[in-house]
Design a binder for this molecule. Structure first.
Ligand SMILES: NC(=O)c1ccc[n+]([C@@H]2O[C@H](COP(=O)([O-])OP(=O)(O)OC[C@H]3O[C@@H](n4cnc5c(N)ncnc54)[C@H](O)[C@@H]3O)[C@@H](O)[C@H]2O)c1
Length: 336
């Protein structure tokens, strides 16, 4: 597949233009573009600008409200519930994270539930947003059903990702951002296209049996068996059930029902880094942990132990300098 190298600012401009063409405001379009380019900069192209076409289609067909007005209801001193009015998930989640950061600065901890949202992209963006404010964070989002529960033959939960961010003093923050499925469905589709076999821990057939032939994969497997399944459940309870939204297989699918609002929910928890100890001590110890992990002797085949988020941060340094490789077909869509 041929690629084009594009500078991040140019990519943002192209995405903003596309989104404005379906009546999204300049401000919202800029936020969405920022989240998408953030993913591409980190090499997480599955959640980058290639999604623009999907959002444009969903807005055009009525499944996302480009003129949403977010409503915030305070829930106690440290909590709030955001009603996103079915707008773009990226912009709603960014605003919700800002609110949660403020709550944790004022009260030590903040929790913001988000309802009536839509796909919000790579969660690392929001964990990084908090880390820039010396705030510890956890972000979860439910997604539509695609993964079998451990021991099940049919899918129930989605790929339900979870992200944590930990600010550091003089180093980049630690950002763990992971789906709770072993791989995204896109990887199965890619293998299908290339007529390659897949590892037997990626997906199952219609009877729930693990398969290596990508063409018969019906559902994905959770990462780490019952542990990933358990985490997917945690994500859906914390986002779906906690906010009074749909959950499990009742969630409107991403690639279908384009005229329907998805009514997705996300939950954000933020903690001031100085909640229990002096903030500077916290930040210094995160730096120390990173150093100590880097100094663990590498196993055969590894150059160095990295901390979560670091592979993507290294890629970001490279792409910021040299431009981002974008597939020709995605670029052609963006300039069309
Ligand atoms: N919004 C949604 O609906 C949705 C749904 C699913 C996934 N996603 C996003 O998809 C993206 C990709 O998720 P994924 O599960 O495929 O990520 P992944 O498997 O590529 O990485 C998972 C985590 O492992 C860390 N990691 C990888 N290699 C490492 C190494 N050598 N040393 C230390 N840490 C390492 C990464 O930094 C990352 O934090 C995420 O941004 C996620 O938020 C979003």
């Amino acid at each position: 597949m041929s690629e084009v190298i594009v500078q991040p600012d140019r990519l943002r401009e192209l995405v903003v233009d596309k989104l404005k063409s379906v009546d999204l405001s300049e401000e919202q379009a800029s936020t969405v573009a920022d989240v998408l380019v953030h993913a591409d900069l980190r090499g997480v192209h599955s959640h980058g600008v290639l999604r623009t076409e999907h959002y444009v289609k969903r807005i055009s067909e009525g499944g996302i409200n480009p003129n949403n007005v977010t409503n915030v209801e305070n829930k106690g001193k440290s909590g709030a519930l955001f009603n996103g009015d079915d707008g773009m998930g990226h912009a709603i989640t960014k605003e919700a994270m800002d609110h949660s950061i403020t709550l944790s600065k004022e009260n030590g901890i903040g929790i913001v539930g988000v309802m009536n949202s839509s796909h919000c992209g790579a969660l690392s963006y929001f964990a990084e947003q908090a880390a820039k404010e010396d705030t510890v964070s956890m972000v979860v989002t439910q997604t539509d059903s695609a993964v079998v529960p451990f021991g099940g033959a049919d899918s129930y939960f989605g790929t339900n990702p979870i992200a944590f961010g930990f600010p550091a003093k003089n180093k980049r923050p630690i950002i763990l951002d992971m789906a709770t499925s072993n791989v995204a469905f896109g990887k199965v589709l890619h293998a299908r296209e290339k007529e390659q076999t897949i590892p037997d821990n990626w997906g199952v057939d219609k009877d729930g049996n693990p398969v290596t032939d990508p063409s018969v994969v019906k559902s994905l497997l959770p990462v780490g068996g019952p542990k990933g399944y358990g985490l997917a459940l945690v994500v859906d309870v914390l986002s779906g059930i906690l906010t009074g939204s749909s959950f499990g297989p009742s969630i409107v699918s991403m690639y279908g029902d384009y005229e329907e609002y998805r009514k997705l929910s996300h939950t954000i928890i933020t903690i001031d880094a100085g909640l229990f100890i002096d903030k500077d001590e916290f930040l210094t110890n995160v730096d120390k942990m990173i150093d100590e992990l880097h100094n663990v002797s590498p196993a055969d085949g590894f150059d160095q132990v990295l901390v979560p988020g670091e592979p993507e941060q290294l890629k970001q340094e490279d792409y910021e300098k040299n431009g981002i490789p974008i597939s020709q077909s995605v670029y052609d869509y963006l300039i069309s």
